[in-house]
Design a protein around this ligand. Structure first.
Ligand code: FCB
Length: 444
């Protein structure tokens, strides 16, 4: 018999606030670092911004209808901190909170489980003004914001992701400068990585103090690291320690790998990592690990003492130039299960960008179907090996504002015409709906 997903496997679709909501100046919202960054010359493709994005703020009913129509049982979205606390702290902005309550109500009415990301890269600009994630205080503002939002949902949303992809926020925001706030300094990168991981722990603790019934996870972007040749093993190992294990260990066992600390310690003063942070990290347990997987990475030794050189990807590529390799997901999940067997896993993002076109009223996206099929079949394989994967969220429900790439990269299973805001489900949406039904066991 063909392999099947268990009946309670959670299929969902994912988005993030700044990428889909628009309405950036409405109902009391103030700018986040992404508003400022996108509005700065030369930072995004064609100077594009999330000002309108997919206008989900005004069209969430339509989007929930799409989720329902395509059979999704869960929706992963993020809350914009700047809507709840426009200045990052202080008094709750009721109108902002009300938007998310209405969204959650609409989801629940349609039997769709909300999975709420609290921080998907959009720090309130007011906090950036006092140092942003470089400032330790941001961790407590984050914990306060997280606690208040969870409480305001009054038990209607019970699953939360504290931070989305801390390594991308740290490395793209503070080393390459491709993302907000656009800095380029390695010590800052590590400082921010630590404040995000410790911030996750402080936020988890704050949430648990007001709600025992919540499930708290974190979404890490993970990429299996392979050496370019056999003698590049060391380069692959170092890169893996810095880019994967640092975050995995922090999230799953509340500490950093000693080797990474030793490595960083030879270059930088690490006094920003305080004992209280480690205590807090160790005291928290993770209810689930969110894995965002897109592509594998091949490396060799480079000039940089802390980072190896990444080789250009080979073989089939997406429109992002990312290698298509479902076996990378397999390697990753096997490794996570080996190292942290107790942690339940959700794939919280997986998907691909292709230059989709509307022809007539249709969008044919066979390459996306292949991509999704390969990765979903991998999920079935690892499930049959006894690995506890509980759900899969496709990135993304909608074509949206792809950060520095603006609207030039289409990740949606639903096409968005950014002039009219019309949504047109792509062939992959129909395919996914039917494939999931065909590969999920009926409830006994
Ligand atoms: C991930 C981000 C998500 C989206 C996808 C393509 O790194 O979490 O917002 O941009 O990549």
């Amino acid at each position: 018999m063909e392999k099947q997903f268990p009946h309670n496997f959670l299929f969902g679709a994912a988005t993030a606030a700044y990428q889909v909501e628009g309405a950036t100046r409405e109902d009391g919202r103030l700018p986040s670092i992404w508003d400022v960054f996108a509005h700065s010359p030369g930072k995004t493709f064609g100077g594009q911004t999330g000002d309108q994005a997919c206008d989900q703020y005004h069209r969430f009913h339509d989007d929930v209808r799409l989720l329902k129509e395509f059979g999704f049982r869960s929706y992963r979205f993020s809350v914009s901190w700047s809507r709840i606390f426009p200045e990052g702290k202080g008094r709750i902005n009721e109108k902002g909170m009300d938007y998310y309550r209405r969204l959650v109500d609409e989801l629940l009415r349609n039997d769709i489980i909300p999975l709420v990301t609290l921080y998907h890269w959009d720090l309130p600009q007011a906090l950036e003004g006092i140092g942003g994630w470089l400032n330790r205080d941001t961790m407590s503002y984050f914990a306060n914001y997280a606690q208040k939002v969870v409480r305001e949902f009054r038990g209607e949303a019970t699953r939360f992701i504290t931070v989305n992809e801390p390594s991308v926020a740290a490395y793209e925001g503070y080393l390459t400068g491709h993302h907000a706030p656009g800095h380029t300094d390695f010590r800052e990168t590590i400082t921010v990585a630590h404040h995000l991981m410790a911030g996750h722990a402080y936020a988890s603790n704050a949430i648990r103090s007001v709600s025992q019934a919540t499930e708290i996870g974190i979404a890490l972007n993970l990429s299996p690291i392979y050496p370019s040749t056999k003698d590049q093993h060391e380069a692959a190992r170092t890169y893996d320690l810095v880019s994967n294990q640092f975050f995995l260990d922090a999230a799953c066992s509340g500490k950093y790998p000693q080797e990474v600390l030793d490595l960083y310690g030879t270059f930088f003063d690490l006094t920003f990592m305080q004992q209280a942070d480690f205590q807090m990290m160790r005291s928290q347990t993770l209810d689930f690990l969110g894995v965002n997987y897109y592509f594998p990475t091949v490396v060799q030794k480079g000039e940089h003492p802390l980072l190896s050189d990444v080789l250009p990807p080979q073989g089939l590529l997406t429109d992002m130039g990312w290698a298509i390799a479902p076996n990378g997901l397999q390697d990753l999940l096997v490794r996570i299960h080996r190292d942290y067997p107790q942690v339940p896993i959700y794939i919280t993002e997986n998907g691909a960008a292709f230059p989709d076109k509307v022809i007539g009223d249709h969008v044919d996206d066979p390459r996306r179907i292949d991509y999704l099929k390969g990765h979903l079949e991998t999920c079935l394989d690892v499930l049959s090996q006894g690995i506890d994967v509980k759900g899969y969220y496709v990135w993304s429900l909608l074509d949206n504002f792809e950060w520095a790439h603006g609207y030039s990269k289409r990740f949606g299973i639903v096409y968005v015409d950014f002039e009219s805001m019309r949504r047109i489900p792509k062939a992959s949406a129909y395919w996914l709906r039917d494939w999931i039904v065909a590969h999920t066991a009926r409830e006994a």
